[in-house]
Design a protein around this ligand. Structure first.
Ligand code: ATP
Length: 367
């Protein structure tokens, strides 16, 4: 069983002046056997360091990492049954695909040649590259080279795959193709996988679960839909989703949230949730805002003025300013068939069930 457990894992680097950099701050996450977990977060949040500690390429400053219930901290990388795939393919240019894939097994195992050849053939089938087995990296496209790099990991039949932004050198179209293919391969092999990316779309589409990191700290671990619908805090809410969630600071006054440019009427449930918070941040996703023709706005709907319309394919991102003070517009997404022009007046409604509330001081979600 390849259950991978990170238990209060910590990494502290020392910089040139001798001060500490906490790269990974007591991260605890439990990755089930066969699960595809995506570690996601902005640049410098500690994703690669976490992965490198699992691989054994970086020592651990605190906490424990267990594979199949046994601690692997202190084990050499080559003794861990883990294969890593990097952003750079690092293929040997003078070797064919077949040789690149078999080399590691020939060097580090006693497997008979026939077994190695069979594993290479099977991996090539799985990756749809049997016809490339006799070519050298110089004769392969970037996407094909990435498949070979994956093949090299697959033939090892490890208990865990670690992938550090493996698709980031591919163009957008190939990247989205490879995403789907990687998922298929991972499902076929059923190998526990930790996949690092800074791209929230990649995380949302690929992961069984995602673990969102910021500043070395785990912000939330959950299914993509949990993180989208019930973000644990303002950071996760703003990081997941494109365009990003809109935020408005407000104070609580009875059953009303008083923001700078509008007032929002709380439901009974929301009122209870904010009861102990002095200041609140109201969050609403662009896709949840209802944009309707002008007229009497009614409760939790506001007269706004269209500032800019940005086409996004089948939808438009529409920047709207409050009529009373149109500076600092917020964004709503509106179906592409609907024509909206700059300076047009429209009503934006914030449906109560789509409103997220956060403690303004801590950023924690208020449910
Ligand atoms: P990116 O997406 O940019 O690769 P990341 O989330 O993978 O970022 P890490 O590379 O894990 O982030 O780095 C986390 C923090 O640790 C950063 O502040 C980084 O500067 C610091 N760091 C990483 N490696 C070292 C090192 N060898 N020495 C000192 N500090 C380091």
């Amino acid at each position: 069983m390849a259950r991978l457990e990170l238990d209060d894992v910590r990494k502290v680097f020392t910089d040139d002046d001798g001060s500490d950099i906490v790269a990974v701050d007591d991260v605890t996450v439990d990755i089930a056997d066969g699960e595809f977990l995506v570690l996601v977060g902005p640049s410098g949040c500690g994703k690669s360091t976490t992965l490198r500690m699992i691989a054994g390429l970086e020592t651990v400053s605190g906490g424990d990492i267990r594979l199949g219930g046994r601690s692997i901290v202190g084990q050499k990388p080559q003794d861990r049954d883990i294969a890593m795939v990097f952003q750079s393919y690092a293929l040997y240019p003078h070797m064919t695909t077949r040789e690149n894939m078999s080399f590691g097994l020939e060097e580090s195992t006693d497997l008979p040649d026939s077994e190695i050849a069979e594993r290479v053939e099977n991996a090539a089938e799985l990756l749809n590259i049997p016809e490339l087995l006799d070519r050298k990296p110089g004769e392969l496209s970037g996407g094909q080279q990435q498949r070979v790099a994956l093949g090299r990991a697959i033939v090892r039949e490890p208990e865990v795959f670690l992938m550090d932004e493996p698709l980031s050198n591919l163009d957008a179209k190939l990247r989205s193709q490879m995403r789907t293919e990687l998922q298929r391969i991972q499902e076929d092999l059923d190998t526990t996988t930790v996949y690092v990316t800074h791209d929230q779309t990649e995380a949302m589409t690929m992961g069984d679960r995602i673990a969102v990191l910021d500043g070395g700290e785990l912000q939330q671990a959950g299914t993509p839909l949990e993180c989208y619908h019930r973000p644990a805090n303002k950071f996760v809410a703003g990081f997941i989703g494109e365009p990003a969630m809109n935020f408005f600071d407000a104070t609580v006054d009875g059953d009303t949230l008083v923001a700078d440019r509008f007032e929002y009427r709380l439901t009974a449930e929301q009122r209870e949730a904010v009861a102990d918070a002095g200041s609140v941040t109201l969050g609403i996703r662009p896709e949840d805002i209802e944009v309707v023709a002008g007229g009497d706005p009614g409760d939790n709907a506001f007269t706004t003025v269209v500032d800019v319309v940005e086409p996004m394919g089948n939808e438009n991102a529409v920047y709207l300013g409050f009529e009373s003070d149109p500076s600092d517009p917020f964004v709503a997404t509106v179906g592409g068939m609907r024509r909206l022009d700059a300076d047009e007046q429209v009503v934006a409604r914030f449906p109560e069930e789509a409103v997220h509330l956060f403690d303004a001081a801590t950023g924690e979600a208020l449910h």
